[in-house]
Design a binder for this molecule. Structure first.
Ligand SMILES: Cc1cc2nc3c(=O)[nH]c(=O)nc-3n(C[C@H](O)[C@H](O)[C@H](O)COP(=O)(O)OP(=O)(O)OC[C@H]3O[C@@H](n4cnc5c(N)ncnc54)[C@H](O)[C@@H]3O)c2cc1C
Ligand code: FES
Length: 320
């Protein structure tokens, strides 16, 4: 049987901020507390699902703290909610705690940095369909590109708790070492699979880092690490392996191609700008192949995804 991919108790909820701290050069970690009905709704949050966060009422940080490249756009009104994943969800009796790792890229994420302990936030969710765990899976290959880390970290935790029989291995890619969204960094980034990266090691998941500029771990695209693992483990039955990936579309396209060549199941978490997040505005279309046909149709990233079977997605890049 396939694990439930979505919590059905979606709605508009209020969360209380427990903490909001800068956790790396360009990313922050926000921790929320949900109580009552909201706690119940988010207790069912599945890795890969997302929320729509209203930042329209949040303050703008003081101008001198805003990165120069973002100062022009900082005052833009943020009318639309923004989609985010959770990197961790913890349920304790009537309280659900959730962590959101975010990168500062524009007016909404800038405003999020002004949230303080005790503030409240308006959140719609849980939304969309998360990653599925198919019966018979023995090995989960987790592939991360940059800020694709949150849902994959959430999946790694869920696998370690709910499916201890599945061996997970993580491949974490980024442009350069400072862009790695890791809260704790090892003194040395090993080039091979190891338990040196705390984000995954604390879950018992060995990992391997790859950076485009060689500033940490393997020099080159993270997909080279995935291919190497598959080559070294060519004797493992294909039907026991599933690849789960989240990151830039170019990386997802390359991961999908590698998995397809080896006839391995692969699930990709796609990103689109999302105006509504609930299937109304049609702004988040993804071209998908119809099974056993040359025809394609458009599916909605917010409602049919954001996690898709990689075989059905028509990627808009050269790597597809
Ligand atoms: C399902 C889902 C989950 C996400 N989870 C996270 C998360 O956990 N952490 C995180 O930091 N970000 C996440 N994002 C991305 C996040 O929604 C955007 O970074 C957000 O819109 C930033 O808002 P902003 O106003 O700060 O910047 P904006 O002004 O909205 O955007 C700044 C720049 O980023 C680009 N951009 C924004 N959103 C997207 C998108 N969805 N796809 C491609 N380019 C985009 C814009 O074109 C623009 O160049 C997620 C997106 C989706 C669809
Ligand atoms: S975001 Fe509106 S339909 Fe998907």
């Amino acid at each position: 049987m396939t694990q439930e991919r979505a919590s059905r108790k979606k709605g508009s909820h209020t969360a209380t901020v427990l903490s909001n701290v800068q956790a790396g050069e360009c990313f922050w970690k926000l921790r929320f507390r949900f109580e009552g009905e909201a706690a119940q709704a988010f207790a069912g949050f599945r890795p890969g699902q997302f929320i729509q966060f209203d930042t329209s009422e949040l303050a703008i940080p003081s101008i001198e703290t805003i990165p120069v490249a973002l100062r022009n756009g900082a005052r833009r009104n943020v009318l639309l909610r923004r989609p985010f994943s959770f990197s961790d969800v913890t349920v304790e009796s009537n309280v659900t705690t959730a962590d959101l790792l975010y990168c500062i890229v524009g007016p909404a994420s800038l405003r999020m940095t002004t949230l303080r302990e005790g503030d409240t936030a308006s959140i719609v969710g849980p939304l969309g369909n998360g990653f599925a765990v198919r019966e018979g899976t023995r090995i989960a290959l987790l592939v991360v590109g940059g800020m694709g880390l949150p849902p994959i970290r959430c999946l790694a935790k869920s696998l370690s708790v709910e499916h201890p029989d599945i061996t997970a291995v993580a491949f974490i890619g980024s442009r350069t070492v400072n862009a790695l969204p890791l809260e704790e960094r090892p003194a040395v980034f090993e080039e091979d699979l190891s338990l040196s990266v705390p984000t995954f090691a604390t879950l018992g998941v060995p990992s391997m880092v790859a950076t485009d500029d060689g500033s940490a771990g393997h020099r080159g695209p993270v997909t080279e690490c995935l291919s190497q693992w598959l080559q070294e483990n060519a004797d493992r039955p294909r039907e026991e392996i599933v690849v789960y990936a989240c990151g830039p579309e170019r990386m997802l396209a390359a991961v999908a191609r590698i998995a397809n060549e080896k006839d391995i199941d692969c699930q990709v978490s796609m990103e689109r700008r999302m105006a509504c997040g609930i299937g109304l505005c049609q702004s988040c279309a993804i071209e998908c192949r119809l099974a056993d046909s040359d025809e394609t149709i458009y599916k909605l990233c917010c409602q049919d995804g954001p996690v898709f079977d990689a075989r059905e997605v028509v990627f808009g890049t050269d790597d597809a």
